[in-house]
Write a protein of this length. Sequence first.
Length: 200
Amino acid sequence: MSNEKNKMWGPERPTFTMEAPATYPIFNSITNNPTIGDERYFVKIGEINPQSTNLSDSVVVAAGKKYLVYIYFHNNASSTFNDSEHNHVGVALGTRLMTEFSDVVTPENEGVLVASIISENSNPSSVWCSVIMKSITGDVHLKYVENSARLLCDWAANKSLLSSSMFSDDGVLLGLDELNGVIPGCEEYHGVVTFILQAE
């Protein structure tokens, strides 16, 4: 995992607001999103608890526990630029998610989970955010729970199972009507990916 991705988010990029969105595809750069606030912090993690799973930008991991990872994505282009009159210039194409995480966390060495949203025509072409995983009880091994990755949205692709290629250099295509990488601009076209890590 590169040192560049050991910070909380990147790269440095222009920011926008819900009232003044972008005129071109750019992901997770709005600072006053009513759901998550500053979208640059678009990854959260928390211990799964039957009563309440509290999501944060860091977590203490322990063997035998499971952890929910939450990844938010939103093309910040105004919906104005989605239509044919504007040549669909606001629509993000080839949008993919790539994720990587430390498989061992020790008291001496914190673990990191990084998620990157990548698009063929967004600027920047990739944005990322990371969360920190700590151990206070000894070495903790983390593994992905197979078939736990889901895409959640208000469109036809809701609850789609995402393949484990999200952990490869190719990543996995996102989408709303189908997993085709097409994400129009505007908040109504946002989505969330969740998956589970098992600590041993």
